[in-house]
Design a protein around this ligand. Structure first.
Ligand code: PLP
Length: 482
């Protein structure tokens, strides 16, 4: 049976349910499978025509033992998780003809209009399933740069086994994103607007990490995480790489390049996982904005914490890409001792440098680039004018990155750009980019956001200085009321 270990190696292996229910490993590491399942070429070919939902079942059942979730239950959970998606195929594939071999893979057709819905609905449904069986309750706490919070709040709303505390840096996400969390009016959803976060979402990640480090508190408050720290998120995020690959190639084995707008490396880790399982991906492009921690480490081997700069692709304004530790763990040959030393050095000094041998390993199949706001804006404008297609600022980072790599790769290379959010979540940015007096185009609107714009918001406000204390207090009071 597949078991899960911590990247820091400080705990005994656990089963899938334990890894998913606890989120963080108790030694401060991240859960990963002891070994990554491999898919044979015959199996890869047999899956080529499967729907997204059927593909999800095949892939996820390699990671979830049947003794924990039997096949029929897993199928039901998957069907329920994607039933709220607007696109009949779950994921949309849109070629940008005028940009030659650039294809947008729309991952934003879920209820909160970002790619986070792809894995979050499933994770929350799995948690609810496991908790109901055990007759237990969990308190989810998460930090969001704008999209994880809405996805978690929406999926958790009304679930009797869960409370969901979504922390967001006030003023650093769009009003549309804020309202998606604050207008649900579900008594188990608790959005918290946090003020004075100079390092944006990273300030909040720090508080969340600190809560989880305190084992006694973690147990008392029954805390768990649904950030992409949770293994289940990154595992599910491998499915769309398989799906996009199959819908793009003529034959399994053909080359595809995935361009991915990246912040914490959770989405890209899903791609790495798919490739490690056997998906023949030629290359990933890690597309950063000017908060380019990932680009810096992938191009120079230096992992360093820098000051956060606010950009128009705000969801990837991240300076500590915590899922990169998972990638480093596997790049170091699953050597948890080496990984723990790296994590400690980074935590102490905020900087570390890999030797040339390690750099060559982490660069294998990964190109990277940093895209400026000016390039993002130009890409939104040009794509709308040439192809009649409206990109959100994050997807625009991926499209700009793909176009930047075109010259260095063979002419027929297909670039699959992951569209991680619907443009309607960023109306102000779109307005500035299109520079038009005629108002926003229809593609920049969505009825669910229009509806949320007129109802009353329910949220708590807190200064970052007091957050940890106030949160523990509010969570304790809330738990006592159950
Ligand atoms: C719209 C959007 N694009 C891209 C990303 C980056 O994903 P990751 O942090 O997994 O790299 C996020 C995550 O916050 C997002 O919300």
């Amino acid at each position: 049976m597949i078991s899960y270990v911590s990247t820091r190696g400080g705990i005994s292996p656990v089963a899938f349910d334990e890894a998913v229910l606890s989120g963080f490993a108790a030694d401060g590491g991240l859960y990963v499978p002891e070994t990554i399942p491999k898919i044979s070429t015959a199996q890869l070919q047999a899956w080529a025509t499967l729907s997204f939902v059927d593909l999800a079942f095949e892939i996820l059942s390699l990671f979830i033992p049947r003794s924990i979730i039997p096949d029929d239950d897993l199928k039901k959970i998957i069907a329920e998780s994607y039933s709220s998606f607007e696109h009949p195929d779950v994921v949309g594939m849109v070629p940008l003809d005028k940009q030659g071999n650039v294809i947008v893979m729309e991952l934003f057709h879920g209820p909160t209009l970002s790619f986070k819905d792809v894995a979050m609905g499933f994770l929350i449904n799995v948690l609810d399933y496991l908790l109901e069986k055990r007759d237990e309750r969990l308190t989810l706490v998460l930090a969001t740069t704008g999209d994880t919070g809405p996805a978690a709040a929406w999926a958790a709303a009304g679930k009797p086994t869960l409370d969901c505390w979504a922390l967001f840096p006030r003023g650093m996400i769009t009003e549309e994103q804020e309202r998606q969390m604050t207008t649900l009016n579900a008594s188990n959803v608790h959005p918290v607007g946090v003020e004075n976060c100079t390092d944006g979402g990273d300030d909040l990640d720090f508080v969340v990490a600190s809560l989880f480090k305190d084992q006694e508190l973690k147990e008392k408050l029954k805390l768990s995480s649904v950030n992409s720290i949770n293994w289940c998120r990154v595992m599910v995020q491998s499915v769309h790489y398989f799906y996009g690959y199959y819908r793009t190639v003529e034959a399994v084995g053909d080359d595809v390049v995935f361009s991915v707008p990246s912040g914490a490396f959770g989405n890209l880790f899903g791609g790495y996982l798919a490739r490690s399982m056997g998906l023949p991906v030629k290359q990933f492009i890690c597309a950063n904005n000017i908060n380019h921690t990932l680009h810096t480490v992938l191009s120079s081997g230096v992992l360093a914490k820098k000051e956060l700069i606010q950009t128009i692709s705000s969801a990837i304004d991240i300076v500590v890409p915590y899922n990169f530790w998972r990638y480093l763990y596997f790049s170091a040959g699953s050597d948890s001792g080496r990984l723990a030393a790296w994590m400690d050095e980074f935590e102490e000094t905020g900087r570390m440098e890999f030797n040339s041998e390690t750099l060559a390993i982490i660069q294998h199949g990964f190109a990277s680039i940093a895209i400026t706001d000016a390039q993002t804006k130009a890409t939104i404008k040009n794509t709308f004018e040439q192809d009649g297609y409206l990109l959100d600022p994050h997807t625009a980072v991926a499209v700009a990155a793909a176009n930047a790599f075109k010259e260095s790769l063979p002419d027929r290379t297909k670039f699959l750009c992951l569209a991680t959010a619907h443009p309607a979540k960023f109306p102000e940015v779109i307005r500035n980019c299109l520079d038009s007096d005629t108002g926003l185009p229809g593609q920049a609107m969505h009825t669910s956001l229009d509806d949320a714009s007129t109802v009353c918001q329910h949220l708590r406000l807190c200064d970052i200085e007091n957050l940890e204390f106030a949160l523990v207090d509010a969570m304790t009071t809330n738990l006592q009321s159950h």
